[in-house]
Design a protein around this ligand. Structure first.
Ligand SMILES: Nc1ncnc2c1ncn2[C@@H]1O[C@H](COP(=O)(O)OP(=O)(O)OP(=O)(O)O)[C@@H](O)[C@H]1O
Ligand SMILES: Nc1ncnc2c1ncn2[C@@H]1O[C@H](COP(=O)(O)OP(=O)(O)OP(=O)(O)O)[C@@H](O)[C@H]1O
Ligand SMILES: [Mg+2]
Ligand SMILES: [Mg+2]
Lengths: 165, 164, 164, 165
């Protein structure tokens, strides 16, 4: 099971379409302070099901939609898609690629799609459960949080191991 | 449930002893269950860099703590690999020598796991297969540019670029 | 007490507007008292890097947050300089360009304040008057060595060494 | 008022005597992870009056005394001295240099000195109050804490400004 690519538009500071192809090994993202690197991490967490605005560094969900710059107007929607390579047919769908899409509108409405077919969030989470993607807290380490893997309480450490059990 | 947790705990523990020694090039580490009911008990971490006496975890330096955390994460990945992992500047507290060890160790997990790594460290960039640059040439607007490793600076927009 | 706080608050606020623009080379910042009794009210921070729209502080990046914090500290030092300040790797989240701005701004405070700065960044080392290297050649035992800036590596033990 | 130099022995990883001369401007300390840089910062905070072991990253005060290595035995005492240049006679003492010394023994006993004359902790804190050294929370920023100047609560930010009032 491998992640093929990420596409996003209108998510945080990315008002124009971005496509990130992932390598089989290590894909690095670099750039100056404040250019949008951690926003890409937030986009992946959101597409994998994160539903709390504060975990995406916002006050409310609307904060994930492109809010404009000195020269550009705010947008009305944020959209992120993750495409999984299913050529080994690990997922119970007959397609060789599976794309999950999540949208959020300023009105507060949400939309979910699998291969461009509207679905519920539950369908996406069930699909992801089969892949193991994003299910574990230990697979996404946010900026400044690496020490807390060790500095947390003994019970928080236990939870990490329980997720792997 | 209990026996599954205990089996996983023992596997992670054995792995942690090895991943710690690899990253610290020596020293020793261990995981221990707290007193009481194994179904509820928390986990204590013992970590001793090479040549030093065993002390409380709080006395480790910023870089030593980060490297110990990375060793524990790798120990878990060996037991239950996640298909995709994201590291956002986990190498920030590390000095050059430790960044090199981290980047080297990361490569060994790429048979089971894809990694997305955000970094400012040249050594970690060198370990990457694909390298993307993000820029805000237009203030407030993020765009992707291709990056040549030797200057890690941006130029024209394009897709993934494999380091030379 | 109230009027002293208010006077200090206003001075820090005015300074913060300037130190922020210096470090970010643009943008704007402000400090505001929360609603309610000025003797009790907390302080809100507004920070907007150049070209971006005003957003909640939580949306700033790791590096932008650190640089904003440094700007606020400098604003306070301008009002009430402390004879001696210690910064332990405050430049860790900053990229090269911001480290240079930080190091440049730091030099301007040295007429009133002495600074002790722990860093892994070459640019910050270059801004220093004295440079000390600490090593654990014997594991677990810290010793001081003289450091030549161009290699920032250790050699014989000695006292302070002024960068060439 | 300027800080002339720091001397320490038996404090944390420094079992042999260390002398750090401070420049009038910026003094930088560099070195690999775990070599003892932040321990120097802890030594300064302790000499300026820090009395809580946890603020010095220890569980109990004994953790500040050199605990030995694979090749060296633990020591029985930690000692840190800070020397202030008083050539401008800012301090109400007739000496041109004022050295404050703090010692802690494994027995739990503490000793304080000003220019090698035993005194109480209160004498040192009174002396320092006149210098403004170490009195403000905003003058020592520990490792990893710079963001909290901004990310703290509105009341914590107020406290910073109150210290400057
Ligand atoms: N909804 C939004 N609309 C427009 N811009 C946004 C939005 N949300 C966040 N931003 C901007 O994104 C920037 C932060 O980006 P991000 O945290 O990804 O930076 P970074 O590249 O990780 O930087 P660092 O190296 O400092 O960690 C902020 O300047 C913020 O203003
Ligand atoms: N009482 C003690 N006796 C001996 N060694 C000690 C004592 N207390 C702390 N140490 C050692 O000091 C080391 C940490 O030093 P310190 O935190 O100063 O490192 P650092 O140079 O700041 O590193 P980094 O760059 O990772 O922040 C630890 O390895 C710890 O074992
Ligand atoms: Mg970031
Ligand atoms: Mg440190």
């Amino acid at each position: 099971m491998r992640l093929s690519h990420l596409e996003m538009i209108g998510f945080k500071s990315f008002s124009t379409r971005l496509k990130v192809k992932f390598s089989d090994g290590i894909t690095a993202v670099v750039g100056p302070n404040g250019c949008g690197k951690s926003n890409i991490v937030d986009a992946i967490r959101w597409a994998l099901g994160e539903h709390r605005a504060t975990s995406l560094r916002g006050d409310r969900m609307e904060d994930i939609i492109f809010n404009g710059t000195a020269a550009r107007k705010p947008l009305g929607m944020a959209e992120v898609s993750l495409t999984i390579d299913n050529s080994e047919q690990m997922l119970p769908v007959e397609y060789s690629e599976v794309t999950i899409t999540r949208r959020y509108f300023r009105s507060g409405a949400s939309e979910y799609q699998i291969n461009k077919v509207p679905c519920r969030l539950k369908d996406i989470t069930n699909l992801l459960l089969d892949t193991g993607m994003g299910a574990h807290a230990y697979s996404i380490i946010e900026q400044g949080m690496v020490e807390s893997v060790v500095n947390g309480s003994p019970l928080e450490r236990r939870q990490l191991i329980e997720e792997a059990a | 449930a209990r026996s599954r947790f205990m089996t996983t705990f023992e596997e992670v523990r054995t792995n942690f002893m090895t991943t710690f020694q690899t990253l610290f090039e020596g020293g020793e580490a261990d995981l221990m269950l707290e007193e009481g009911d194994p179904l509820e008990a928390g986990i204590e971490i013992m970590a001793r860099p090479g040549g030093k006496r065993l002390q409380s975890l709080a006395l480790l330096s910023g870089g030593e703590t980060a490297l110990t955390a990375i060793a524990l994460l790798f120990a878990i990945y060996l037991v239950k690999p996640s298909p995709f992992c994201v590291f956002d500047e986990v190498d920030a507290p590390l000095d050059d020598a430790n960044v090199r060890r981290f980047a080297g160790a990361l490569r060994q997990f790429t048979s089971d796991t894809q990694f997305l790594v955000v970094t400012h460290n040249k050594r970690t960039m060198e370990a990457a297969d694909y390298l993307y640059g993000i820029t805000m040439e237009e203030p407030g607007l993020s765009k992707m540019v291709s990056v040549r490793l030797e200057d890690a600076e941006s130029d024209a927009e394009s897709d993934a670029l494999e380091p030379a």
